[in-house]
Design a binder for this molecule. Structure first.
Ligand code: SAM
Ligand code: 2KA
Ligand code: SF4
Ligand code: MG
Length: 230
């Protein structure tokens, strides 16, 4: 059984594959935050920009089998798409709490390349084609290699230096979007948590400065927010 918050066709907004047409499958649930606002303050991951609770999003629901979910996701890819390889991005919530070998095989059998957006704390099944790891706060990474490491910046307990020697092909800094934190009512300890690292400059300016001073890192913008596509 797979619990899906939402599934939709869009463009990948972030990282090295930004701009690529993609079917997004957002699984419900995460191991670093319950998704309840009253738990933000005490969670390992406090800045999440996503509602991943329940199944009430677009095309959300419970899917009994891998082939049932794979059939549905494949149906979201446009029919006359020429030679482009179909692409699915599993995200969440934390997708590796649910993505298993059966679903990987079922998507491959339908001709899809498979990408995953993960917080890096859960071991993935074999066969993933593009692995994006985005470390969170003080959490311990079990995934120390992959295609891209995409660090939300700045985070007080997750400095870039901690990750720069890991086995990734690309290293990205993505500006911390504080909208979810800004919306919290006072006193908002979750917002207070970032006070010091946000005191000097905006996340965008801090990312730009860091990438210019440390050219191993590149800037990742959340282009779906800029375009308003989703
Ligand atoms: C919602 S998460 C879901 C996947 C997985 N749980 C993870 O954290 O990577 C998807 C992507 O959004 C990023 N993200 C979440 N909240 C953000 C924020 N407030 N600002 C910038 N990026 C954010 C995450 O770091 C991750 O790369
Ligand atoms: N367009 C778009 N691109 C994305 N890349 C990563 C996302 C995510 O929430 O995992 C995301 C998302 O939510 N929308
Ligand atoms: S780990 Fe990912 S899904 Fe979970 S709370 Fe953090 S950003 Fe959101
Ligand atoms: Mg998102």
């Amino acid at each position: 059984m797979y619990t899906v918050k939402e599934a939709f066709y869009t463009l990948q907004g972030e990282g090295a594959r930004a701009g690529r047409a993609s079917v997004f499958c957002r699984f419900a649930g995460c191991n670093l935050w319950s998704g309840r606002e009253q738990d933000r303050d005490t969670s390992v991951c406090r800045f999440c920009d996503t509602d991943f609770v329940g199944t009430n999003g677009q095309n959300g629901g419970k899917f009994r089998t891998a082939s049932e979910l794979a059939d549905f996701l494949a149906s979201l890819w446009p029919e006359h798409s020429g030679i482009a390889t179909p692409y699915v991005v599993f995200t969440g919530g934390e997708p590796l709490l649910q993505l298993d070998r059966e679903l990987v095989d079922a998507m491959h059998a339908r001709g899809f390349e498979i990408a995953v957006e993960t917080n890096g704390t859960v071991t993935p099944p074999a066969g993933i084609d593009w692995l994006c790891v985005s470390p969170k706060g003080a959490s311990e990474l079990v995934l120390t290699g992959g295609d891209e490491l995409k660090l939300v910046y700045p985070q007080p307990e997750a400095l870039p230096e901690r990750f720069v020697s890991l086995d990734f092909a690309h290293f990205y800094l993505q500006p911390l979007d504080t909208a979810a934190l800004d919306a919290l009512p006072a006193p908002a300890a979750a917002r207070e948590h970032y006070r010091e690292v946000l005191a000097t400059d905006t996340p965008m300016n801090q990312c730009v400065s860091y990438c210019m001073a440390n050219p191993q890192w590149q800037l990742s913008l959340q282009t779906h927010k800029i375009s308003g596509i989703d």
